[in-house]
Design a binder for this molecule. Structure first.
Ligand code: GDP
Ligand code: MG
Length: 448
C-alpha cells in the first residue's frame, strides 16, 4: 500500500524545519503511483501533483510527523478539497416537483440507482415518482418497475399492460418524461426521478435524446451516473456527457468492487461537478451520500492512517517530540526517564489503541498493543518515580534489594517491577533500531 511504500521511503525521523525538495519529490513519486493505481486519469494526476508540490514546498514541518506523513497529509487535504469538501445535497425545487434526471452509459447503474435514490428520498419524507424514460431496451421498463416495487415507490411507465399505475400516451421517451413530470405535478408527488437510456459507448443519438429530455423536463438536477470500474475512460465519458447533455452532479456506482475510486477525482477535476452519492451494491440499501474524506482515503489506500496522523499531530507535545527526535539522531542512551516521558505522551494521545492497531506495521506489535491500558501507565509512572535518578539512567544497577524497595515505595508487587524493567529493556532495543532507521511513529517504542 501507499503507506507501506512511504514508510520505506522515509526511514528516519529527522528534526528538520522545512520540507525539502527531495522530501517532496520522493513522496510525490509514491503519490503519483498511488493515484495511477487508483485509475485517476493521467492528466489529472499531473495537475494534481503540481498543486500539491506547490503547497508542500516551504510548508512548516510538523513535529509530530515525518516528511512522508506530512506530504501525505497535504495530499489528503487537497483530495478532500477537490472531491467537494462538504457533501452536496440534492437541491430541491422551490415549486415542487423537484425533477431529477439520470444520465450515463448503459450498465452504469442508472436504473438500480433510481430505486435506491427514490427509497432514500422516501425515507426522508418525500413522495417520489419514478419515470421510465428508457425505451431502448425491452426490459428496461420492467426493471425499473421491479426496483420501484422494492422501494415502495410508484413508476410512471409508457407501455400499457405492464402492471403500472400509470400509462403514458406514447412510446417516445421525451414524451414519456414530459408526461411523467406532469403526472407528478397533478398527483402531488414532490420529487420525480427520470430514468433514461444509455448506450455501451458515447453516441451522438443517445446524447441528443438525453439533451431533448433535459430540455423537455427542465430538471433541477441532472445526475451523471458512472461506474467506478471504468478507470481511465472516466474522463472522456464525463466530458462527453458534460458537453452533450450537461449535468449538475455525479453518482459513482459499483464501489463495492475493488475499484479504488479514481474516477471520482477525474470526473470532479475535469467537469468541476461534485460527486453526490455512491452506490455500493445491487441491493436497495447499498447506497450512501458521498463522503469526500472517505473517498480520499480510498484513493490513497490509506486505511485509517489519516486519523492516526491527525491524532498524533494533536497530541504530540512539540517540544518533547523535538527532544526525542534529537535523541534518535544522536543515538543517545534511552533512559527510564525517557521511557516515562513516552508513557505520558501516549496517555495524552488517549484511547489510541484502536487507531494504533490499524496502523500499517502494527501487526508485529499487536500483542503489546492488546495489553495496552491507560491505568497501566499510572502504575509504571509510580514505579519509575520510586527509583533514584541514578537508577533511572543506569537500570542495570537495580538488583534484588533495590527492586524490593521500589516495589514497596510504589505499592506494587516485585513482579511488576521486574515486568517493567523487562519491557524497558525491549523498548531500549527498539529505540536503537529506530535510531538506525527502523521507521515508525514517535511514541510507539515505549508501549508497555
Ligand atoms: P443502467 O443500464 O445504467 O440502468 O444500469 P443498471 O441499473 O441496469 O445496472 C447494470 C448492472 O449493474 C445490473 O446488473 C446492476 O444490478 C448492477 N449494479 C448497479 N449498481 C451496482 C453497484 O453499486 N454495485 C454492484 N455490484 N452492481 C451494481
Ligand atoms: Mg437502465
Amino acid at each position: 500500500s501507499l503507506s507501506d511504500r512511504l514508510t520505506s521511503t522515509f526511514k528516519n525521523l529527522k528534526g528538520k524545519g522545512r520540507l525539502t525538495d527531495a522530501d517532496i519529490d520522493a513522496t510525490a513519486r509514491e503519490i503519483r503511483r498511488a493515484l495511477l493505481d487508483a485509475d485517476v486519469a493521467v492528466p489529472v494526476v499531473r495537475e494534481f501533483i503540481g498543486q500539491v508540490k506547490e503547497r508542500a514546498l516551504g510548508s512548516e514541518v510538523s513535529q509530530a510527523l515525518n516528511p512522508g506523513q506530512q506530504v501525505v497529509k497535504i495530499v489528503n487535504d487537497e483530495l478532500v478539497q477537490i472531491l467537494g469538501g462538504d457533501t452536496r445535497r440534492i437541491s430541491l425545487a422551490k415549486n415542487p416537483p423537484t425533477v431529477i434526471m439520470l444520465v450515463g452509459l448503459q450498465g452504469a447503474g442508472k436504473t438500480t440507482l433510481a430505486g435506491k435514490l427514490s427509497k432514500h428520498l422516501k425515507d426522508q419524507g418525500h413522495t417520489p415518482l419514478l419515470v421510465a424514460a428508457d425505451l431502448q431496451r425491452p426490459n428496461a421498463v420492467k426493471q425499473l418497475q421491479v426496483n420501484g416495487e422494492r422501494a415502495g415507490v410508484p413508476v410512471f411507465a409508457p407501455h400499457p399492460g405492464v402492471s403500472s399505475e400509470f400509462e403514458a400516451a406514447t412510446g417516445d421517451p421525451v414524451q414519456v418524461a414530459r408526461d411523467g413530470v406532469a403526472e407528478a405535478r397533478n398527483r402531488q408527488y414532490d420529487v420525480v426521478i427520470v430514468d433514461t437510456a444509455g448506450r455501451l459507448g458515447v453516441d451522438a443519438e443517445l446524447m441528443e435524446q438525453a439533451a431533448n429530455i433535459r430540455t423537455a423536463v427542465q430538471p433541477d438536477e441532472v445526475l451523471f451516473v458512472i461506474d467506478a470500474m471504468i478507470g481511465q475512460d472516466a474522463v472522456a465519458t464525463a466530458q462527453a456527457f458534460n458537453d452533450g447533455v450537461g449535468f449538475t452532479g455525479v453518482v459513482l456506482t459499483k464501489l463495492d468492487g475493488d475499484a479504488r475510486g479514481g474516477a471520482a477525482l477525474s470526473v470532479r477535476s475535469v467537469t468541476g461537478k461534485p460527486v453526490m452519492f455512491a452506490s455500493t451494491g445491487e441491493a436497495l440499501t447499498d447506497f450512501e451520500v458521498f463522503h469526500p474524506d472517505r473517498m480520499a482515503s480510498r484513493i490513497l489506500d490509506m486505511g485509517d492512517v489519516m486519523s492516526l496522523i491527525e491524532q498524533a499531530e494533536r497530541s504530540w507535545d512539540k517540544a518533547e517530540a523535538q527532544k526525542m527526535a534529537q535523541k534518535f539522531v544522536d543515538q543517545e542512551d534511552f533512559t527510564l526517564d525517557d521511557f516515562l516521558n513516552q508513557m505520558q505522551q501516549l496517555k495524552k494521545m488517549g484511547s489510541m489503541k484502536k487507531l494504533l492497531m490499524m496502523m500499517p506495521g502494527a501487526q508485529g506489535m499487536r500483542q503489546q498493543l492488546e495489553q495496552f491500558d491507560d491505568r497501566q501507565i499510572d502504575r509504571i509512572e509510580a514505579i519509575i518515580r520510586s527509583m533514584t535518578p541514578h537508577e533511572r539512567v543506569a537500570p542495570k544497577i537495580i538488583n534484588g534489594s533495590r527492586r524490593a524497595r521500589i516495589a514497596k515505595g510504589s505499592g506494587v508487587h516485585v513482579s511488576e517491577v521486574n515486568g517493567l524493567l523487562e519491557r524497558f529493556g525491549q523498548a531500549q532495543k527498539m529505540m536503537k533500531k529506530m535510531a538506525a532507521g527502523g521507521g515508525g511513529m514517535p511514541g510507539m517504542p515505549g508501549m508497555p
